[in-house]
Design a protein. Structure first.
Length: 201
């Protein structure tokens, strides 16, 4: 079954053009580090990351050139690898952050995120993120980081986590409806549509 294609949003088009202009650079990388200053169950931390990746459409976004234009689509299932890197001190952490953040994404042919777990000898540690700006922004990355930590503690306490639907098709459908309503000057309808999306989760 062929994936449904969606136009890029205005911000995404700007990022795409920047990517073309600075081809082969990491100018559009958004990076961050989560430090958990306590002993970690790294299997549970990995499960928390897997849960976020499986349910968040940002990580399922792919791009394709068709008839000279760029489009985005969403894969139901993706394959990815999260390495656990053993380090001994903050200097090694900074070097790992530097290496992770310098990664150059191939927008059309690779995952647009790079996530690594780091582990100290005392079993403390955390997560390093590198996500391409065309699928996320710093505000969204902050929300994702908070949810990873929240899921980690919920899973650690054997608390059931209700599945969330971050389906890309649904979100892009909402964005298309909003765009059409704004073109028609129906801002009140836009507010109603946004509130409905929030209520439905």
């Amino acid at each position: 079954m062929e994936n449904k294609l969606y136009n890029l949003t205005a911000p995404q088009k700007s990022i795409w053009n920047t990517e073309l202009f600075f081809n082969g650079s990491n100018i559009n990388n958004i990076c961050g580090t989560i430090n958990l200053y306590e002993q970690i169950d790294f299997d549970i931390l990995k499960k928390s990351l897997d849960l976020i990746i499986s349910q968040n459409d940002n990580f399922h976004t792919n791009f394709i050139i068709k008839d000279g234009d760029v489009f985005q689509y969403f894969k139901d299932e993706i394959e990815y690898k999260i390495d656990i890197i053993d380090i001994t001190n903050e200097e090694e952490l900074h070097e790992l952050e530097k290496n992770t953040m310098s990664h150059i994404f191939d927008i059309l042919n690779s995952d647009l995120f790079n996530i690594k777990i780091f582990r100290y000898p005392d079993l403390t540690g955390g997560v390093i993120f590198n996500i391409h700006h065309i699928i996320s922004d710093s505000w969204t990355l902050g929300l994702i980081a908070k949810e990873i930590v929240s899921n980690y503690y919920l899973l650690s306490n054997n608390t059931k986590i209700e599945p969330k639907n971050y389906g890309g098709d649904r979100i892009m459908g909402i964005l298309e409806d909003i765009s059409q309503l704004l073109q028609k000057g129906k801002s009140k309808k836009v507010k109603e549509l946004v509130q409905q999306a929030i209520d439905e989760g």
